[in-house]
Design a binder for this molecule. Structure first.
Ligand code: DPP
Ligand code: ZN
Length: 872
């Protein structure tokens, strides 16, 4: 495959202002008639060859201005017509496609008998020939014809038009979308699906009909999705002033889907995992995920659809910004500090390893071979962090003014990051040239801080130094603009007041812009405790020379609850890593004692939100610990070290934790709200601690038996499965779970995930065994992700076997999956990304497996791109 470079961007030669599509749906031979109104781009040099994209489609007929076309060339990925007129003309293209055979889940395919589409990024070219790029915007009119019995429901983008019966048991429906859109936002659905409906009146008085469609029999699980949608629509009006712009908004849940969901104009198509919920089948985490993903896709209507991307290099323009918006929404719906902890945990476990390994790339990349491989944690999660920093840098008022300007100026445009930043430069009246490096420089910046306190002068001096590590294709880095929110605490927990210092210190934020800077605070009459990177104000790693007592102070007294968690998490990480380094994790450093005591204080502090306490008691994950451990990592020893620390906390607080656990058990019926979810989260974390030292898992078994909701049922089973995989209690509970939920694939996915996460040497064997489970179907991405991606991504001691058995397992799955679903294969292959940081035996094993994979014949470009970069 060739490399596409941002620097080669040129506007499209031909525009398509309007499109009329007619689909005759058939499982193996769907006929698509496209009537395109084509005109030359006014700014491009006149040529007379038209080149449209195509991928694996059969051309049935082609007419230009009503006449057959002679001079046509069809290649595997293009339609070329020579000698097209200079004046606007009409192109009629008829293609045939095979939805049933489409296991790549890109273009038009069938999921459980339901016709559906996924066109981002380049799926529309699998439906018809088209300039399939985001800067070609068209008004779509769609007519769908299908046998009524197979597909009583026919949906597309925009507003509904005519519908009616046709001969031979067929029927049709027409849709018109007045908003010009790029082809990646096209969608069609046809099937025997059932809708649940509601209404929303926008702030401007538009009455919008909301529909959530699911496979027959799943209607009772749509309520939370609709509720989340209505809250999203209201929130976007209240917070960003954005109103919905069609008469209908439809969501369809399908069971085979490569992504989480897709923001097609007026017709969002969702992975059913992120729609379906009721108390007995969905956990609190599922409810929270559904809420945030429904919001995310809805928010795309403005950030993505009304203003789209000029080219795929600008993906973060819509994704980073929209993730930022869904984060803010969830923070407003739930607890802000609790959500922030979850965001940072995800960033550190998913984005930091990407940024620190062979797959590192800037938030706005400048080259790709396969765009599907750039739907990454960097583009999404770091992209969101950049918008969050932008708000800190320009301030709340200029941020809102800049967003308003962006919506106003670029509505209807295919825009760039430069367009976006220019709005904030204008609104804040300050240059953002250095800030823009966050979009251009890959790698997680490292900030080191030395502190010096002069008692006689009452002066605190912070010396800060920043560096950005080298990443693929980028060796020399410029210093970045790093906003470091901070506070200086007195021993009694109050803050020293801080005066602004021109651009360097403003509103409680140090703006580090040089490689090295010295910040002086006078009038600090006693030694302060320094709290830095409050709220995780920048996605950096921070190294500060700070005494243990100060760290403990912050973990106890920092009044920003996110930052208090951050201090505690740092202490836990350092303690576990010290144990790992000193004793392979067998014993704890002496310094662990006071920290262990602190966990008891926190657990029992009723003034703290239960959800926060649950997160505070959740030790750093093994992936994050392994990354922080540096090079030559032994994941087995990391696992042991974490368990040693966890067991010490469990032992010290056994009685208090048991009492607290008992007090949390509740007989109230399930509600998905944040406070109830927090109570259950704390209960389940405590259950895990209590089961460490239990011989029989009786407490978890008791919770499993009494649970009337999936959160506690699956939570208790997970404790049993991970703590006592071989016990009789576990076997009985597992059998009961399968018996109860065997007909619900999404619930069975939870069990596959638990099996995949059981740590230690037996993990690969267990996963292989689970692949014979009737619920494990390798054409369904949810099943593969639940089992194989959980194993490779969330079970370091199980996956990274020194004998390479975990790697071979993953490679075998990639080999099988890749030929049918390249995107899924490539996603699985990213789990090799941290191989260079492992110890020699594991490194060699990973290298051998990766080399074998690379030599596989017919490896699709998606997978080859990931493997090549991972090995380089
Ligand atoms: N559907 C994916 C998302 O919303 C890609 N746009 O992030
Ligand atoms: Zn998105």
């Amino acid at each position: 495959g060739t490399t596409i470079n941002l620097s080669d961007y040129a506007p499209p030669s031909y525009l398509v202002p309007s499109v009329a599509l007619t689909f005759r749906l058939h499982p193996n031979r769907t006929i698509v008639k496209a009537v395109l109104d084509v005109r030359r781009h006014p700014d491009t040099a006149p040529g007379d060859e038209l080149v449209f994209d195509g991928d694996g489609i059969e051309l049935v007929s082609l007419r230009l201005n009503g006449a057959p076309v002679d001079d046509v060339e069809i290649t595997p990925d293009q339609l070329r017509i020579a000698g097209v007129p200079h004046e606007p003309f009409t192109l009629e293209i008829e293609t045939a496609i095979d939805p049933e055979a489409n296991l790549a889940l890109s273009g038009l395919y069938r999921s459980n008998g339901v016709y559906c589409t996924q066109c981002e990024a380049e799926g529309f070219r699998r439906i018809t020939y088209f300039p399939d790029r985001p800067d070609v915007l068209s008004v779509y009119t769609v007519r769908i014809e299908a046998p009524k019995a197979d597909a009583p429901v026919l949906l597309s983008n925009g507003n509904p038009g005519a519908a009616g019966d046709l001969p031979d048991g067929w029927h049709f429906a027409e849709w018109h979308d007045p908003w010009p859109k790029p082809s990646y936002l096209f969608a069609l659905v046809g099937g025997d699906i059932v809708g649940a409906f509601d209404r929303f009146t926008t702030m401007g008085g538009r009455d919008v009909k909301l529909g959530v469609y699911v496979e027959r029999g799943k209607e009772s699980r749509t309520g939370w999705a609709i509720d989340s949608l209505k809250r999203s629509m209201k929130w976007d009006e209240d917070v960003f002033g954005r109103e919905y712009d069609l008469d209908v908004f439809n969501i369809v849940a399908v069971s085979d889907f490569n992504m989480g969901a897709m923001e097609n104009k007026g017709l969002n198509v969702f992975n059913d995992k992120y729609v379906l919920a009721d108390p007995t089948t969905a956990t609190d985490t599922d409810y929270a995920n559904i809420e945030t993903i429904i919001a995310h896709e809805y928010f795309h209507n403005w950030t993505g659809n009304r203003i789209t991307c000029r080219d795929w290099f600008q993906l973060c323009l819509k994704e980073g910004l929209t993730v930022y918006r869904d984060h803010e929404f969830s923070a407003d719906m739930r607890s802000r500090p609790v959500r922030r902890i979850a965001e940072v945990r995800l960033l550190k476990s998913a984005q930091f390893p990407e940024d620190g390994g062979p797959l590192a790339h800037p938030v706005r990349p400048t080259a790709y071979r396969e765009i599907n491989n750039f739907y990454t944690a960097t583009v999404y999660e770091k992209g969101s962090e950049v918008v969050r920093m932008l708000r800190i840098v320009v301030g709340d008022d200029a941020f809102r003014a800049g967003m308003d300007l962006y919506f106003d100026r670029h509505d209807g445009d295919a825009a760039t990051i430069e367009d976006f930043l220019a709005c904030f430069e204008e609104a804040s009246n300050r240059p953002l040239t250095q800030f823009a490096l966050w979009y251009h420089q890959a790698g997680t910046p490292q900030v080191t801080v030395e502190t010096d306190y002069d008692t006689a002068k009452g002066r605190l001096t912070l010396t800060m130094h920043q560096s950005v590590p080298a990443t693929p294709d980028q060796t020399d880095k410029e210093p970045m603009h790093i906003p470091i929110a901070f506070a200086l605490f007195r021993p009694d927990g109050s803050h020293f007041p801080i005066a602004d210092q021109s651009d360097l210190v403003k509103n409680g934020v140090i703006h580090l812009t040089k490689r090295r800077d010295t910040i002086i605070f006078d009038g600090i009459e006693e030694q302060p405790v320094v709290s830095l990177l409050r709220g995780f104000s920048a996605p950096v790693t921070l190294d500060i020379d700070q005494p243990e007592t100060d760290r403990i102070f912050l973990a106890r007294h920092e009044d920003d609850l996110y930052t208090r968690w951050q201090a505690l998490d740092r202490l836990a990480t350092d303690t576990i890593l010290a144990s790992y380094r000193q004793s392979n994790g067998e014993t704890l450093p002496a310094s662990a004692t006071s920290l262990i005591g602190l966990y008891g204080e926190i657990a029992g502090d009723e003034t703290l939100d239960a959800a926060w306490r649950a997160l505070a008691l959740t030790l750093p994950g093994e992936t994050t610990l392994g990354r922080e451990a540096g090079l030559n990592v032994d994941p087995d020893a990391i696992h042991v070290a974490r368990e040693t620390f966890l067991a010490a906390i469990a032992e010290r607080h056994a009685t208090a934790f048991a009492d607290l656990y008992d007090s949390l058990l509740s007989d109230e019926s399930y509600r998905p709200d944040a406070p109830s979810a927090g109570r259950r989260a704390l209960e389940l974390v405590l259950l895990d601690y209590l089961t460490v030292s239990e011989a029989d898992g009786g407490r978890a078994r008791a919770l499993f038996d009494r649970a009337d909701n999936m959160t506690e049922e699956a939570g208790a089973l997970e404790v049993l499965m991970l703590r006592q995989p071989e016990s009789g209690e576990t076997a009985t509970a597992r059998a009961a779970f399968e018996n109860r939920h065997g007909d619900n694939p999404l619930v069975m996915d939870k069990l596959l995930g638990m099996i995949a996460r059981i740590p230690g040497p037996d993990a690969p064997g267990r996963v292989l065994q689970a692949m014979t489970h009737p619920n494990y179907i390798e054409t369904n991405p949810n099943r593969v992700r639940a089992l194989v991606a959980s194993f490779a991504g969330a079970n370091p001691s199980g996956f990274h076997r020194p004998d390479g058995s975990g790697y071979r397992l993953l490679a075998d799955v990639i080999g099988r999956v890749a030929s049918q679903n390249p995107q899924l294969g490539a996603r699985l292959a990213t789990h090799f990304r941290s191989w260079k940081g492992l110890d020699a035996a594991r490194r060699d094993a990973a290298h051998k497996t990766l080399s074998d994979l690379r030599n596989m014949r017919d490896l699709p470009l998606d997978v080859r791109d990931i493997i090549d970069r991972t090995l380089s």
